[in-house]
Design a protein around this ligand. Structure first.
Ligand code: ADP
Length: 251
């Protein structure tokens, strides 16, 4: 369970990213975070694995106080939280399986990584992860020969290989065409349903958010202005989330 308790974030340059955010997310939820560019979606997502530290309030993940994590404890904690980005973050000049195996790098000695020597159990886990996202047949293909959608699946498989309980996705389909975007969203849905992994996705395609997520968090100027089921999101709520003026009423 992820719990934000009056969380605020002010960046070192004085810009406020989050303002008094309180919410909790249960294990296994599929949540989409929507809002204008600059609303704070990314700041919210990245607070969870402490890519961006918070400056006010408290944040816990499965009872662990994220604010005070550092060093080895932080690295261990992050292993349970996958992260997928718009830009895939893959090494494109090597094979799919090498990219997935990179998930195990923190546990391996430098020499083993240097020579690409991975234990059999890790190779099996990597192949299993590729099977879960439907690209097992691409295991020994170079990443730069894959389509954007296939590359995002490799990124997803790299996350799955670590057996995460949460996957944070920061605009994972923004660089993809509409058909491929849906295929990747289908993968998120599948791993959410079949593996019970919580999915938190920052997405600017409202239609996709409403279709795939069961819960929507609408954010504006760092504040939550809607938090509820996708089915209850109506045009008035969307207008408030995406309104171009600056007044701050709550839906
Ligand atoms: P979104 O993901 O909704 O586009 P962000 O969370 O990236 O929004 O940004 C929220 C606010 O915080 C914006 O005003 C943005 O300019 C600011 N911000 C984001 N990252 C940084 C940073 N590293 N340093 C300073 N300000 C930042």
């Amino acid at each position: 369970m992820i719990v934000f308790d009056k969380v605020g974030k002010v960046y070192p340059n004085g810009v406020r990213g989050l303002d008094n955010v309180s919410l909790s997310i249960n294990q296994g939820e599929f949540v989409a975070i929507i809002g204008l560019s600059g609303a704070g979606k990314s700041t919210l997502i990245r607070a969870i694995n402490k890519m961006h530290g918070i400056t006010e309030g408290n944040l816990t993940v499965d009872g662990i106080d994220v604010k005070n994590l550092k060093g080895k404890k932080l690295r261990q904690f992050r292993r349970k939280i996958g992260m997928v980005f718009q830009s895939f973050n893959l090494v494109t000049r090597t094979t799919v399986i090498q990219n997935v195996l990179a998930a195990f790098v923190p546990d391996l000695s430098f020499g083993r990584v240097l020579f690409g020597i991975f234990p059999k159990k890790d190779r099996l886990l990597a192949l299993e992860a590729l099977e879960k996202v439907g690209i097992l047949d691409k295991a020994y293909t170079r990443v730069d020969q894959l389509s954007g959608g296939q590359q995002q699946r490799v990124a997803l498989a790299r996350n799955l290989a670590q057996n995460p309980s949460i996957i944070l996705a920061d605009e994972p389909v923004a660089a993809l065409d509409p058909v491929t975007a849906r295929q990747v969203m289908d993968d998120f849905k599948k791993i959410n349903k079949e593996l019970g992994i919580s999915i938190l996705i920052n997405i600017h395609h409202v239609e996709l958010a409403l279709e795939y997520a069961s819960r929507i968090i609408g954010i504006r100027e760092g504040r939550i202005i809607y938090d509820g089921p996708s089915e209850k999101v109506n045009q008035t709520i969307l207008d408030t989330i995406y309104r171009k003026d600056t007044s701050k009423e709550v839906v």
